[in-house]
Design a protein around this ligand. Structure first.
Ligand SMILES: Cc1ncc(C[n+]2csc(CCOP(=O)(O)OP(=O)(O)O)c2C)c(N)n1
Ligand SMILES: [Mg+2]
Length: 532
């Protein structure tokens, strides 16, 4: 028997062992006992609303490739966090979320702030949730939560902890080595490899799991070996292939018929770390072009289970690609035709509003090559695909969920992780005016942490994506779309009110000069860019 210690001390020991000494949180009375005598080797990162807390933690976890630790207030705090917990689930981001709970002794009396079904509240968007039956079991629950979050497919987990548990005496829990990657079943992987060797015109569809798993270079090597044309999967939250590569063929939209059309002529489609496929609108007909076979390498068994056809190998992406690269290379196929070069956009005429294309082209020219783009600007995304190519691993992030309010705080978490790692990469947050307002308090955290993030707000004064989408549901072009106007939001003032310098940009000269300065600044700067 080891000497008993408090639940608090046992949990802190585990968090140190798991390299989770940064606490992303927003505190309430039920959480205060955890931080009595706040340990000097821990850091508390305050978010002013729980969705900001989880968004920052998500960015931090993705950039460090380790689970991030989150502490939320009981029912209401978890409720505020839910949107970004959903996104973390879709992003496959490992998060150990702890939530406060009322003291056990008063639970029978339905106390103030009590979370009645604390473990049900975050479902189905956590991999596991628990309120340990005994206070003494809290450290064991934290250990299991960490390993569960880190095992593929990764994701958030939640531990609900009654406020009186922290001072109870318990046994320390020793950290263990638990596998965080899975190797493919050899026979099935060989079948996939044989199909790849036998085909004549392969297309690769690269999903978010490629970059997430650190498999960028393996994906490039395999595409080069097979002379495959390489597409990015619909709604991919990460970039796993250089968008200036001669084999790069573009982005698949989340529409069945368009996917089939774009993949037309290929006899094998290899979905790598991607679902086959993510759809946003109804579609008809086949999921693949005539004569094409589907093969998939995916870390998530559930995604393998719903693929419409073909062979799905469940494994960690990097290990799976390494196993495919270890096979003997077949004779080279002819190289596919390269993509058309990117069009150049002329600056706006005098008195004309800046176009998003021109803004992004300017950003592409001025940004350092290794800078990180964190995007949430729905109608700017296809424009970004044309004018702002991602060139390096771990330089593009958005959410895979479609839930707005993720990327502004995620940019803060990513910048914090890069600084912790001594990496000077510049983080650029490219955010729509609508999207920015779901989590605008993240600016305050960026200022407090003195992070040199360049926030670019694309201000078109509307939810443009919804206007564009309305046609799908039978709106005529002249029909008004209720609830999509965003007049009178002053982002410069919103930034300055939270300690971030703000600059209004209405013309090409100011854009160039302000962007140049912002990208060199040692503090966060927000550029409010008026776009057409
Ligand atoms: C949490 C959440 N609420 C609502 C939506 C629906 N939605 C999708 S796109 C969009 C508009 C986003 O506006 P903005 O960021 O200004 O980008 P724009 O469409 O103008 O390019 C909205 C509200 C969503 N995806 N997520
Ligand atoms: Mg907008």
């Amino acid at each position: 028997m080891s000497t008993p210690i408090t639940v608090r001390e046992a949990v802190l020991q585990l968090l140190r062992a798991f390299r989770m000494t940064t606490v992303f949180g927003n505190p309430g009375s039920t959480e205060l006992p955890l931080f009595l005598d706040f340990p000097h080797d821990f850091r508390y990162v305050l978010g002013l609303q729980e969705s900001v807390v989880v968004g920052m933690a998500d960015g931090y976890a993705q950039a460090t490739r380790n689970a991030a630790f989150v502490n939320l207030h009981s029912a209401a705090g978890v409720g505020h966090a839910m949107g970004n917990i959903f996104s973390a689930h879709k992003n496959r981001t490992p998060l150990v979320i702890t939530a406060g709970q009322q003291a056990r002794s008063i639970l029978p009396f339905e106390p103030f702030l009590y979370s009645a079904q604390a473990t049900e509240l975050p479902k189905p968007y956590v991999k596991w949730s628990v309120e340990p039956a005994r206070a003494q079991d809290v450290p064991l629950a934290i250990a299991r939560a960490y390993y569960t979050a880190m095992l593929p497919p990764r994701g958030p987990v939640l531990v609900s902890i009654p406020a009186d548990d922290w001072t109870v005496l318990t046994e320390p829990v020793a950290p263990r080595a638990v596998s965080t990657a899975v190797r493919a079943e050899p026979a099935l992987l060989a079948r996939l490899g044989d199909a790849l060797d036998a085909c004549e015109r392969p297309a690769f569809v690269i999903g978010a799991a490629v970059d997430r798993d650190g498999a960028w270079h393996e994906a490039v090597a395999l595409a080069e070996r097979h002379h495959a044309r390489v597409f990015v999967a619909p709604m991919s939250g990460r970039c796993g292939f250089p968008e200036d590569h001669h084999l790069f063929a573009g982005f698949l939209p989340a529409m069945r018929e368009r996917i089939v059309q774009l993949l037309g002529g290929h006899d094998l489609v290899f979905a790598i770390g991607a679902p086959a496929f993510t759809y946003h609108v109804e579609g008809q007909g086949p999921h693949l072009p005539e004569g094409a076979q589907l093969v998939q390498l995916i870390e998530d068994p559930a995604v393998a289970a719903w693929a419409p056809s073909g062979t799905s190998v469940v494994a960690s992406i990097r290990l799976g690609l390494q196993d495919l690269l270890a096979r003997p290379a077949r004779a080279a196929r002819p190289l596919p035709a390269p993509r058309e070069p990117r069009p150049q956009i002329a600056p706006p005429a005098d008195g004309e509003r800046l176009s998003v294309a021109y803004v992004l082209q300017t950003l592409a020219a001025l940004r350092p090559r290794a800078s990180v783009v964190v995007e949430e600007a729905p109608t700017a995304r296809p424009v970004m695909h044309r004018h702002l190519p991602m060139l390096e691993p771990q330089t593009f992030y958005t959410m895979c969920s479609g839930g707005l309010g993720h990327s502004l705080p995620a940019a803060v978490g990513i910048a914090l992780a890069r600084r912790d790692a001594g990496d000077p990469a510049r983080v650029i947050a490219l955010i729509g005016d609508g999207s920015a307002m779901y989590a605008i308090q993240a600016l305050w955290s960026a200022a407090q942490l003195v992070l040199p993030i360049t926030f670019v707000i694309l201000k078109n004064r509307r939810y443009a994506a919804l206007r564009e989408f309305a046609g799908v549901f039978g709106y005529k072009p002249e029909d008004p779309v209720a609830g999509t106007d965003l007049p009178d939001i002053d982002f410069v003032k919103l930034a300055e009110g939270q300690g971030v310098r703000g600059v209004l940009i209405e013309d090409a000269h100011t854009l160039h000069d302000a962007l140049t300065l912002a990208l060199r600044s040692d503090r966060a700067v927000l550029l409010e860019v008026e776009v057409s």
